[in-house]
Design a protein around this ligand. Structure first.
Ligand code: HEC
Length: 108
């Protein structure tokens, strides 16, 4: 195999791997770990309701919907940042889903 081929194949597999494990955007990654109270103070009930709709529509494609009350805010914060790119949500949608889940999370 010549060098060019090796470079091309390596490059292609890196691109392929990156698309299999997408990272959340910088906006989503940089969101701080907020408490339930901080979330409730920042988002209106209409926004949280919208988050619930996005959650029920987008988060059951690969597995059953997980109970918001099954995790603490810290746990949701971690998991949802991994799941937002999988569900192909925009930053705005991702923020709302995350807010909804934290607002309904288990007491930490
Ligand atoms: C493209 C498929 C896909 C979509 C869409 C998806 N998930 Fe997942 N999810 C997975 C897979 C695969 C696992 C198990 C492996 C893992 O944990 O990474 C998982 C695991 C989980 C877990 C358990 C793991 C943990 O860390 O507790 C939770 C909770 C979860 N998903 C929540 C969500 C939420 C919320 C959404 C919507 C924003 C979502 N998922 C959308 C594929 C998906």
């Amino acid at each position: 195999m010549n060098k060019l081929k090796v470079i091309l194949i390596t490059g292609a597999s890196v691109v392929l791997m990156m698309s299999c494990f997408p990272k959340a955007s910088k906006v989503i990654q940089s969101l701080p770990v907020e408490s339930k109270e901080q979330i409730m103070a920042q988002y209106s009930s209409a926004q949280l309701e919208e988050g619930r709709t996005i959650f029920t529509n987008s988060c059951d494609n690969c597995h059953k919907l997980k109970e918001p009350g099954s995790k603490t805010p810290e746990q949701w914060n971690k998991t949802v940042k991994r799941m937002i790119p999988r569900a192909k949500l925009s930053d705005e949608q991702g923020k709302l889903v995350r807010a909804y889940l934290i607002a309904n999370s288990k007491e930490s």
